[in-house]
Design a binder for this molecule. Structure first.
Ligand code: ADP
Ligand code: MG
Ligand code: MG
Length: 211
């Protein structure tokens, strides 16, 4: 029950930009503890570019929204997170193609493909203290909830909750990928910045659908 329209996808990206702008300072603070203090500025630059691109040239189908967003992220973010988030959206775009409405199963499959793309590109597995710790449980939860026939809005809320739990579970972990891994054991007892922005990404989707 329920479908995601092109407008819903645009609303997702605008909401993502809004939340990232509000949280940019916090994200950079998290990255200053275990990275190079730029995650908030990196990702906010990217979501701002996505917003401008969607406003200037509103895409006509779901694949185009996702592709345009992914391209904007890849070309403006820089840093490890730019190509990874870019891959997430570009793989989702390929998965949905020129559809103008996505039902829950199509969305769940696209998100699963996007996260698989992130894993293939960055080679991080759950437990490595990266954005994958938030994204993978969200993808798994969305697929399971959809397969069980739950309404889309409810499945998206469950996915957002799973992402938040995955984010929080990064605190005790020792980083095995990305800059934080250079710190070895000293990366433990810190929240991962990329898992934090990824949880915002999934929450933004749940919010966009319930508005
Ligand atoms: P950089 O580390 O290049 O400065 P950012 O600060 O923007 O890039 O992003 C850092 C975040 O990227 C990390 O917190 C982590 O979640 C994520 N990340 C880094 N490397 C990987 C990887 N190989 N796979 C998945 N996520 C990664
Ligand atoms: Mg950084
Ligand atoms: Mg950097």
């Amino acid at each position: 029950d329920g479908r995601l329209t092109v407008d819903d996808l645009v609303a997702w990206m605008l909401r993502f930009d809004e939340r990232i702008s509000a949280e940019a300072e916090h994200l950079t603070e998290l990255d200053s503890a275990i990275g190079d203090a730029d995650h908030g500025t990196n990702i906010a630059r990217g979501t701002g570019a996505v917003r401008r691109r969607l406003e200037e040239a509103p895409p006509g189908d779901a694949g185009a929204v996702l592709k345009s967003s992914g391209m904007a992220l890849v070309s403006t973010v820089g840093g490890a997170s730019g190509s990874l988030y870019g891959t997430l959206f570009l793989e989702m775009a390929k998965s949905v193609g020129p559809a103008t409405e996505l039902d829950a199963a199509v969305l769940a499959e696209a998100f699963r493909a996007g996260v698989a793309g992130v894993v293939a590109r960055g080679r991080a597995e759950p437990g490595d203290k990266t954005m994958v710790d938030a994204l993978q449980p969200a993808a798994d939860t969305l697929s399971a909830a959809t397969a069980e026939g739950h309404p889309l809005a409810e499945s998206l809320r469950a996915a957002a909750d799973a992402a938040a739990l995955g984010r929080d579970a990064t605190i005790p972990l020792v980083a095995r990928k990305g800059r934080a891994s250079y710190l070895g054991d000293r990366s433990a007892e810190h929240l991962d910045p990329g898992a934090t922005s990824a949880a915002i990404l999934v929450q933004s989707l749940a919010d966009a659908r319930s508005e």
